[in-house]
Design a protein around this ligand. Structure first.
Ligand code: 26Q
Length: 831
């Protein structure tokens, strides 16, 4: 057969060759043709860009083949709607997924460049706050790896989560400028753009068929432009798309339709339009910039749904097939306006009857809940909502009216229930309850860990679970072993390959085979060697980031996550103060040397969280400068915890701190990343800790603290934190030491709000769990003294982490919720 020029192009073009030589040629080519720099004067950043473009070139044939396959075949696509995607650095991950890391290293070496140095240059897109955004990114990795047709839809923020600097012990927020030097992974598609309406009013009219039609006359329109990033699976041809929307002003001639040619008004509108996708909102921000946040949510949801409808048209499918073609997962309530917007597009734009539109909407959408904290459940004041989205609000009212009729029929005369379940909270200032809208408008609602899903049904969703028990599911979160093991812990990956074979990367349950080696002394030595090297690497990073020298033989006790009172970083800090006191009092006391590492950002408006950071830094300053603590105790606050530095933090941990108040942490995912990398957990029975302990066995998990039930009970009985202080001399001393200015250079005011909060209300039961936590930490120290026992437990943690792969989680979503199947992509097809 004669060679087909199009398929040959895919296999052997200068832009697709995977060997070191082809890569080298590609890099030189891109350096000159895209980066416009000859090698002689190229900076390391130029080399990074040239390499990134060369890797992207090698992904594009797969991307095109994936598009082609999805366009031609009869299939259902999962659309993951999320206001956040914390995808982390892309270069290393794409090299790993293509399987060309070694070749790239050789190619760059031949060009006089060090691959690791180039990897370190990459700015990560910080388009998320924490767990929820990172979960979305892990899921995109698993979706592509499992060859599931899918698209991630979100917002292309110009400024992501702020960079954190520590000055004088305080957090200082610095603007994230991730796009300043260009983003080689993004492909902007000006021709894929949609208009989104805001404000104005509605008008009703009767059409020639006698049906009531509503027209929305908006005050202004914003244009959303698609910015695509390829999401390649691990060693497969499937390359899915992360499609993020950037807002732009509608061109002036379009604007004239709405503004009758008012030039100054038009300029003003342009400013507003371009502000829409400017900045990511930090969570835990009370009331800040609410209006813009709602506008962002509607903006990305509307663009995404319009995009899905356009794809349907392109495939020549009737609109009635929408739900067969798409499953849309709502990552928390942030995209829940999708319920109203899909109804609007189907009823107002596509002119479908209400009931048919409702059936499509309900069959398409599913909702994941990520929190039980009542204050974190999203609501929007009615005047704000009506001002911004008058037509979607009318639709919500109509959905609510029909829904409440159903409730009334089921529970006649139960007005209290109606008020509890309504989408509109009528007590006080009226509000729209987004979780209710999502629950009514979706075919499935799921929690993110077994305990969380159970509590969801018992507490915030109780009435809904009674009405529709079949709608509620659990899908315990998972994380990708490609990024959090293979890429970030290559030493461990090599040892695992050698011991259990390479298949663990896509079938994490194969790590069970490690159990057979858990007591093998030679294997244990190798295991410890890997951990030791990772700790040395972290020690280097600590030294250059904060100037503190830490001993890599000490127990590395790590808590990294967003700073929040419910996560109880201050409980950990109280234990450090207790240890410090004990060592001061008894300098001869034998202790296992420990290095406490903290990391995480506080929301800029969350004063208590910022004070906790200040406390940790205050304690660090005193402890690290006290010669009596030398060789025994070190405390480090590692600044700017993000995906990039997570890569070297998780693999270096001996102990993982998962100490939230039981019932408050929906799942946690850091807990899983630590476990996979062989850290032991000290934790409460909260979120996925419960399942981690189930998997690893109670012998291999340091459990302490009140259960979720006990927490509830204590709150009901009336909690008196003073009783805990009175019953525990060490606790009283630790609090007094902090209050007395010992960690604030004599300033007795600095920590007053924190100490008073603990002594008076202690909403997260820090003091109630203190004694149990300290006792449990003593068990940790005892276990650490026995290196063989510790290593065995460490091996068993990795061996039993299989359940926490995001591949397992995605398979569960596919089976339980999306009813979706893999489709393999053939690279040799004609393009
Ligand atoms: C809401 C309104 C206005 C501005 C910001 C927000 C906002 C943004 C982000 C609210 C919440 C978030 C993020 C929440 C989050 O990360 N939750 C975590 O999700 C993880 C993945 O399921 C869980 O493992 C964690 O337990 C949960 O806390």
């Amino acid at each position: 057969m004669a060679a087909d020029p199009t398929t040959t192009a895919v296999r052997s073009s200068a832009r697709t060759g995977l060997d070191a030589d082809a890569l080298k040629r590609g890099v030189l080519d891109n350096l000159i043709c895209l980066q416009a720099r000859p090698p002689g004067i190229a900076t390391p950043h130029d080399w990074y860009m040239a390499l990134a473009y060369s890797v992207r070139d090698r992904m594009l044939a797969r991307w095109a083949a994936t598009f082609q396959t999805y366009a031609e075949r009869e299939l259902r696509v999962t659309c993951y709607f999320s206001a956040e995607f914390l995808i982390g650095p892309q270069l290393g991950n794409n090299l790993v997924n293509l399987g060309i890391e070694a070749n790239a290293r050789a190619a760059m070496q031949a060009l006089g460049q060090d691959l690791d140095a180039l990897l370190a240059i990459e700015e990560e897109p910080g388009l998320g706050n924490g767990g929820l955004g990172r979960l979305a990114a892990c899921y995109l990795d698993s979706l592509a790896t499992l060859e599931i047709p899918s698209v991630g839809y979100g917002i292309r923020y110009e400024f992501g989560i702020f960079d954190q600097e520590i000055r004088d012990g305080w957090q200082v927020e610095v603007t994230d400028k991730w796009l300043q030097k260009g983003n080689p992974w993004e492909i902007v598609r000006p021709n894929v753009a949609y208009y989104v309406a805001f404000g104005g009013h509605t008008q009703s009219e009767t059409d020639p068929q006698g049906r009531l039609r509503v027209q929305w006359i908006p005050a202004h329109m914003v244009k959303g432009v698609a910015c695509d990033t390829p999401m390649l699976g691990f060693r497969v041809n499937t390359c899915n798309t992360l499609r993020l929307w950037k807002s732009e002003a509608v061109e002036s001639f379009d604007l004239q339709d709405f503004n009758a040619g008012d030039y100054y008004q038009a300029v003003q509108e342009k400013v507003i339009s371009e502000t829409l996708s400017k900045v990511l909102y930090p969570n835990d921000e009370p009331e800040a910039g609410k209006r813009l946040r709602l506008a962002q949510q509607y903006f990305f949801v509307s663009c995404s749904l319009q995009d899905m409808l356009r794809l349907l048209d392109l495939k020549g499918e009737p609109v009635g097939r929408f739900a067969d073609m798409f499953a849309a997962q709502l990552n928390d309530t942030h995209p829940s306006i999708a319920v109203a917007e899909l109804m609007r597009l189907l009823v107002d734009v596509r002119l479908l009857p209400w009931d048919e539109a409702w059936s499509i909407t309900r069959r398409t959408l599913a909702y994941t809940n990520h929190t039980l904290l009542p204050e974190a459940l999203e609501t929007w004041g009615l005047p704000l909502f009506r001002g911004l989205l008058p037509r979607p609000l009318e639709i919500i009212y109509e959905i609510n009216r029909r829904f409440l009729d159903e409730v009334r029929q089921r529970y006649p005369g139960d007005d209290a229930r109606l008020a509890r379940m309504s989408m509109i909270d009528e007590a006080g200032e009226k509000k729209v309850r987004m979780a209710h809208l999502a629950t009514v408008g979706c075919c499935a609602v799921n929690g993110v860990a077994a305990l969380h899903s159970a509590l969801l049904k018992q507490t915030v969703m109780r009435d809904f679970a009674q009405l529709w028990p079949e709608r509620f599911h659990n899908v315990t979160n998972g994380v990708t072993p490609r990024r959090f093991m293979l890429l970030s812990n290559p030493g461990l990956a090599r040892l695992l390959d050698k011991t259990v074979g390479e298949g663990w990367v896509t079938d994490l349950t194969r790590l069970r085979a490690l159990e057979a080696h858990a007591d093998d002394a030679a294997f244990q030595d190798e295991w410890r060697g890997v951990k030791r090297a990772n700790k040395e690497a972290l020690a280097q990073h600590i030294r250059s980031a904060v100037g503190v020298v830490v001993d890599p033989t000490a127990l590395f006790d790590i808590q990294v996550k967003r700073i929040h009172e419910y996560k109880r970083q201050h409980l950990n800090a109280l234990y450090v103060v207790t240890l410090y006191q004990r060592l001061r009092r008894d300098p001869q006391r034998a202790v296992a040397p420990r290095c406490f590492v903290f990391g995480g950002k506080a929301a800029p408006g969350y004063a208590m969280a910022k004070l906790i950071i200040r406390l940790i830094n205050g304690v660090a300053e005193v402890v690290n400068n006290d010669p009596a603590m030398d060789g025994r105790l070190k405390v480090v606050f590692f600044p700017d915890f993000n995906v990039k530095n997570a890569h070297f933090i998780y693999p270096a941990a001996d102990l993982s701190e998962q100490i939230s108040t039981a019932g408050k942490e929906a799942s946690g995912t850091g807990n899983m990343k630590f476990m996979m990398n062989g850290a032991l957990t000290i934790g409460t029975l909260d979120g996925a800790n419960v399942e981690i302990r189930e998997e690893v066995g109670d012998q291999n998990f340091f459990l302490f603290g009140l259960t979720a039930e006990q927490v509830e009970q204590i709150h009901c009985e009336g909690y008196r934190p003073a009783d805990c202080v009175n019953a525990n001399e060490e606790l009283r001393e630790a609090l007094d030491l902090i209050a007395g200015g010992h960690f604030s250079r004599g300033d007795r005011n600095m920590f007053r709000p924190l100490i008073e909060n603990l002594r008076q209300t202690d909403p997260f039961l820090v003091l109630a769990d203190y004694a149990a936590y300290v006792a449990c930490q003593e068990e940790v120290s005892a276990a650490w003294q026995d290196a063989r026992r510790w290593t065995r437990m460490s091996i068993l943690n990795t061996a039993r982490a299989g359940k926490f792969s995001s591949d397992r989680a995605i398979r569960e979503y596919c089976e339980q919720i999306w009813k979706i199947h893999p489709v393999s992509v053939d690279l040799d097809q004609r393009l």
